[in-house]
Ligand binder design. Structure first.
Ligand SMILES: C[S@@+](CC[C@H](N)C(=O)[O-])C[C@H]1O[C@@H](n2cnc3c(N)ncnc32)[C@H](O)[C@@H]1O
Ligand SMILES: [Zn+2]
Length: 285
């Protein structure tokens, strides 16, 4: 249960309410039913196990909807994103058995669960601005906790306690990643390559998403992170209409279309999955 997972990550958590003179941690109270800081700010843990640490700020329009989250869950369950999960496990292989990991914009938490499961005492925290996603991530693994938080705002995490931050197809806040990581900590970033979803794009009428150039990413992180390694993963798959619709629906297009409209286009057929996995080390002491 995720009350249990929140207890595991509790030493990492920081009160999200602005205006504290010094950072405040959060304690678990009432038998794991709420979190509270020493100044009395209190956050109820939802029945499903996640907790909202937005600090009173409303979620933006970029939060994935319940339909998008359900589509993402089916795509993960079908093993279509195994190439990403496997690459993440590999990128985190030397973190040790007891590493503390955070995935921001973690969605359903399924990638993080896989990396956490690779170490017998690893713990993970998935953050996402979408409540539907946070609800799903809360039950993904007994050692993965789930929090609603906005990556573009201060993260609800204390300084320097995290061993690795993962960002997979989600917003990258380099300053906050640097702040929460311990010196020498690891950042793993997964981004789409220009040919990602080739095949599906035309059939499903997807918007073109501009792929980030590798150099641009290094530049964005420069000063805070040093590049350690970078490689591409590519796979060609043959998808049914249903699986192809899910793949289209779980991304940014899910905000603009629905399953029925996608299925009418008969989106099934060959699809290229193509991502870049980049690993960085936190600079400085
Ligand atoms: C493309 S999905 C990737 C999910 C997950 N990392 C995966 O690869 O399966 C992007 C996720 O980022 C979340 N997201 C978008 N903007 C965000 C923000 N500002 N802060 C936190 N999460 C955000 C969405 O709700 C969605 O769950
Ligand atoms: Zn507080």
């Amino acid at each position: 249960m995720s009350g249990g997972a929140l207890a595991l990550v509790q030493p990492l958590l920081r009160c999200p309410v602005a205006g504290h003179r010094e950072p405040r941690g959060l304690d678990l109270l009432d038998g794991g039913r709420r979190l509270r800081c020493a100044d009395g700010h209190s956050f109820d843990i939802a029945r499903q196990g996640h907790v909202n640490l937005m600090g009173g700020v409303a979620a933006g329009a970029n939060a994935d909807t319940a339909a998008m989250v359900a589509a993402r869950e089916r795509v993960h369950d079908a093993g279509l994103l195994d190439l990403v999960g496997g690459a993440l496990v590999e990128a985190c292989a030397d973190l040790g058995e007891a590493a503390r990991l955070v995935e921001t914009g973690g969605g359903t938490g399924q990638h993080l669960a896989r990396v956490v499961a690779a170490g017998s005492q690893r713990v993970g925290l998935s953050t996402d601005v979408s409540t539907a996603a946070a609800r799903r991530a809360a039950r993904v693994h007994p050692r993965v906790a789930s929090v609603v938080a906005d990556s573009w705002r201060p993260w609800p995490l204390l300084d320097g306690r995290v061993d690795a931050v993962l960002v997979v197809f989600a917003p990258r806040n380099a300053a906050e990643a640097q702040r929460v990581l311990r010196p020498g900590g690891t950042l793993v970033v997964v981004t789409p390559e220009p040919d990602h979803l080739d095949g599906l794009r035309g059939r499903a009428g997807l918007m073109t998403v501009q792929a980030d150039k590798a150099e641009r990413l290094d530049e964005q992180l420069g000063g805070r992170f040093e590049p350690v390694s970078r490689h591409a993963e590519r796979r060609r798959v043959e998808l049914s209409d249903e699986a192809a619709a899910d793949l289209a629906l779980m991304g940014p297009n899910g905000h603009h279309t629905d399953r029925e409209s996608l299925l009418r286009r008969r989106p099934g057929g060959p699809v290229t999955l193509s991502v870049r996995v980049a690993r960085y080390r936190r600079s400085g002491a």
